[in-house]
Design a protein around this ligand. Structure first.
Ligand SMILES: Cc1cc2nc3c(=O)[nH]c(=O)nc-3n(C[C@H](O)[C@H](O)[C@H](O)COP(=O)(O)O)c2cc1C
Length: 221
């Protein structure tokens, strides 16, 4: 698979087969992603990958936090804060596509909540990764984190795997800090659920699409 195909094929996948990925393959992918570029080669990323019992314990703890009504405590500002105009519209369109595919009505708060909670159940994926960087770092280092994330997602795609990047996985970080070795002074920026896609799941059947190129890029000569 070439890069063009990997970029085209990658989609956020929200239902997975109950089939773990071989640990050697997971390690190989994270090894390859180490070649991602970063500002002054600072490589700000640190990742904890949870599988098996560790994954299940974390899911249980985070879902318990949410259902207890505990307020979310993300360290970095969530990406949907202060969205206006076309950005807000795209956010709404994205939610409409997701709820529409699942036949969930806007007013059905219960169903929407259940779908939301699936974020912390890793959408049924057998593996999840939590990406942190030092709290003292800023936007330029967040760029490094995004580049690194895309490297991993494309490598997963190349290997027949799927993933879903999730800002939601930064919202209840306490359990992750308690149960794993997120370095002192780091904060979680986002997470990634991954595994083998359940291709026939309805939730994996929609495509949010993209704007015309001219909306995003202007060429001068
Ligand atoms: C940084 C980041 C955070 C995201 N957070 C979530 C999330 O918390 N939950 C979720 O279901 N999808 C999340 N997504 C997935 C986006 O909704 C998705 O990438 C977008 O709608 C485009 O769809 P596609 O990935 O299928 O091409 C996130 C994506 C990124 C890049």
């Amino acid at each position: 698979m070439n890069v063009s195909d990997a970029i085209k094929q990658r989609r956020s996948v929200r239902a997975y087969l109950d089939k773990p990925v071989a640990p050697q393959l997971i390690e190989k992918i994270f090894q390859q992603a180490q070649d991602s570029p970063s500002n002054c080669n600072t490589q700000p990323w640190h990742v904890v990958v949870v599988s098996g019992e560790a994954r299940d314990r974390l899911e249980k703890a985070m879902v318990a936090d949410i259902l207890s009504g505990k307020p979310p405590t993300p360290y970095f500002t969530p990406g949907d804060q202060g969205l206006k105009d076309e950005y807000r519209k795209r956010q709404i369109d994205c939610a409409v596509a997701l709820y529409g595919a699942m036949n969930i009505k806007k007013e059905d708060k219960q169903k929407r909540q259940e779908l939301m909670v699936q974020n912390w159940q890793f959408f049924g994926a057998p593996h999840a990764a939590f990406f942190s960087m030092p709290k003292t770092m800023s936007e330029i280092n967040a760029v490094d984190m995004g580049i690194y994330l895309q490297s991993i997602m494309l490598l997963l795609t190349e290997n027949g795997l799927s993933s879903c990047p999730q800002g939601a996985l930064a919202m209840y970080p306490d359990a992750v800090h308690e149960m794993t070795n997120v370095p002192e002074g780091h904060a979680i920026m986002f997470g990634l659920s991954f595994g083998y896609a359940k291709d026939d799941a309805v939730i994996n059947s929609f495509d949010v699409g993209r704007e015309e190129l001219s909306t995003s890029v202007t060429f001068y000569s």
